[in-house]
Write a protein that binds this ligand. Sequence first.
Ligand code: ZN
Length: 470
Amino acid sequence: MTQRRKRSSPKWPIVVLLLLLAAILACLFLGRWQLRIDLPGGAETTVEFGQEQPDPGAKAVFGEERFLPVLFSPKVRTEGAADTRQLGDYTIRYHADFLWFSADARRLIHVVDRTSPVITLRQIPGAYTLPGAAYEEEGFSAVDEADGDLTSLVERRESDGVVYYRVADHSGNVAQAQRQIVYDDPVAPILTLAGGSELTLDYGTAYVEPGYTAMDNADGDLTAFVIVSGAVDPETPGVYELRYTVEDGWHNRTEAVRTVIVERKPAGTVYLTFDDGPSKHTETLLEILDKYDVKVTFFVVNYGYNDVIGKEFAAGHSVGVHSATHDYHTIYASEEAYFEDLQAMNDIIYKQTGQYADIIRFPGGSSNTISSFNPGIMTRLTQAVVERGYQYFDWNVSSEDAGGTTDPDEVYQNVIDGISRRQTSVVLMHDSKGYTVEAVERILIWCLDNGYELRPLTKDSPAAHHGVSN
Ligand code: ZN
């Protein structure tokens, strides 16, 4: 007993002392041990709309701060989540347990929109705006990540050929865009000439501009800006060109030309006819006629200058039958006698020209009374010649050169007096008379100066019939 006591008695205070010491140490250390939750990135964070994994998460830590920083990492439970497709504030709760320790933490997440909308401008290929015209919007759209379609909120402003577009999303983020307006005018003005592009003006009549208009797709009425160049001289027959030019504001140029023809209307038609040739004067006459390029008619006889008939014909004059003999008593003795004489002359003509004549002039004219020794002969002949396919010609102007006068001045005067009184003149002259041929050049000049047309007779020409007296 004593022994056991002696053996044990000195040990137990030490154990107690050691236990006491351990308890003091444990209290010292354990009081410093703890469970905590770390939040990387902090307890409050802001993320962009649509961002993935907005929550950086949390970590639980158990240990002693100074000596044993991490003893163990318990699992963290998370409550709540941030919806980044929805703007707003979200609270996430974290919780961890270990033994009798537990820890809580929370984090605030702001989901925000800091991204601007996007404006897209539509551009129609080849589109243009006429200068001075309003720009026709080609189209645009605005889309925001957070707010969706913002097209209806786009503000548009046009200034100095530039269109400015601006839109703000609900978070106040602003987008801007601009476009340069393409101005163009590929279309030239249209010039319209009233009265047409060709006009005929009577000689001596003043030219009065019939007018014109110029219309432009962009500039409208440009008539006042048309420049007319060229001039018409109504006193000089000819062809004139008037040039009309106009330019629009884009320098598109249009030109039009009007042709004005100043024409001399004939004052009348003159058929100069020469009977009783060819003679020694006829070649002179042909030269004069050729000089003025005038064609006349020869009613020929068989007086020894038959070769001149061919020259008359070759020069473009008309050749008709007058008579082979020009002997009244022979030719008007009977119809047979008349036609025999006519045929004889026409055969000569055929020989000279290669053609028979179908125009004739009766010696003395159809109204002659010298044939009255054979009553009614002219009545019968005027019918008979037509039946045989001829046309006979009388005259309505006489030069009076077969008995009335031998003076060239009087011949000239008689002819122009007669011509000036009528529209159509069939003039009787004789190329067998030298004084008549002398008067011809002046007659031609007078006719041409006064606007008369000189023509040779054909079967269809005005016949100037007198009316038969026998
Ligand atoms: Zn005659």
